[in-house]
Design a protein around this ligand. Structure first.
Ligand SMILES: CC(C)(COP(=O)(O)OP(=O)(O)OC[C@H]1O[C@@H](n2cnc3c(N)ncnc32)[C@H](O)[C@@H]1OP(=O)(O)O)[C@@H](O)C(=O)NCCC(=O)NCCS
Length: 249
């Protein structure tokens, strides 16, 4: 994995996949700026969040998404023509494909040219053991449950998160999200620093290596069998009001 994405469409057209990790924390002036970039439906959605923290995370996540897409499309964040596709998946009229995930104070955005993709980020929560096993019983396949039950308790929580983020990344790449029958989704169970090709839902996919922030687990799935190069920013981008740091571009 390299560490300096150039936010250019031509790099994506050369079968690269770019991944940006950004902070969802923001000062009140940054939040005010971010609000000005949102569309009317996005603003209405933001208003529906009951807790300020959730509202801020949604607004800043969308602002990062708009800012990032704007860099590739060479337009201002506020006029990125984002629209809502099937099952609520945000999309563009162009063939620039992307997916966003948020967990606690971080967002990750993955981009490709033409290849549908899904990314998922989850924070590691050691207290969730019982909850995890209830999820596993309903949403994991029998072979996944077997692998989980054979893991020693120390590893089981990490393994759970690895399987869960992979499933969710696949569901998001496919576009149906969690509406899909998750126990029917087969995903690679092995750990690998290389892309892993696999079949699921009658299509081929590739699980790509991606770095998560500390205490998080992340997964990235793109449609098709290929050896795309994943290029990821190594530092968290944290100032929504600044331009994307030039050193990373
Ligand atoms: C997509 C989904 C899996 C997100 O799960 P999550 O773990 O809560 O959230 P993540 O942070 O990983 O991802 C959220 C982002 O995924 C993207 N997203 C939304 N719907 C999506 C879909 N169907 N497929 C892929 N990505 C989607 C959005 O960018 C969203 O960010 P937003 O909240 O700023 O809009 C879940 O919301 C889902 O299953 N949605 C589809 C269900 C459906 O059919 N809804 C109908 C609405 S019209």
């Amino acid at each position: 994995m390299m560490h300096a994405p150039a936010a250019s469409l031509s790099a994506l057209k050369n079968d690269q996949i770019h991944v940006w990790t950004a902070s969802l924390q923001a000062s009140s002036s940054e939040l005010a700026l971010a609000r000005t970039w949102l569309s009317e439906p996005e603003t209405e959605r933001a208003e529906r969040y009951r807790f300020e923290k959730d509202q801020r995370r949604f607004i800043i996540g969308r602002a990062w998404l708009r800012k990032c897409l704007g860099r590739y499309l060479d337009v201002d964040p506020g006029i990125v023509p984002l629209r809502t596709g099937r099952h609520g998946k945000p999309e563009l009229p162009q063939e620039l494909r992307f997916n966003l995930t948020r967990s606690s104070e971080h967002a990750m955005i993955a981009l490709s040219w033409r290849r549908p993709l899904g990314v998922d980020l989850e924070i590691q929560d050691r207290e969730r053991g019982t909850h995890n096993s209830a999820i596993a019983d309903t949403l994991f396949s029998s072979s996944e449950r077997r692998v989980l039950s054979q893991a020693d308790p120390e590893r089981a929580a990490d393994l759970f998160l690895r399987l869960w983020t992979r499933k969710e990344a696949l569901a998001k790449a496919h576009g149906e999200g969690l509406g899909i029958a998750l126990h029917d989704l087969s995903i690679p169970l092995v750990e690998s620093a290389r892309p892993l090709e696999f079949s699921s839902l009658g299509q081929s996919w590739t699980l790509l290596p991606v770095e998560a922030p500390p205490q998080h687990c992340a997964a990235l799935v793109a449609q098709g069998r290929f050896r795309a190069q994943v290029i990821q920013n190594s530092r968290l981008i944290s100032k929504i009001g600044s331009v994307f740091p030039e050193s990373l571009l």
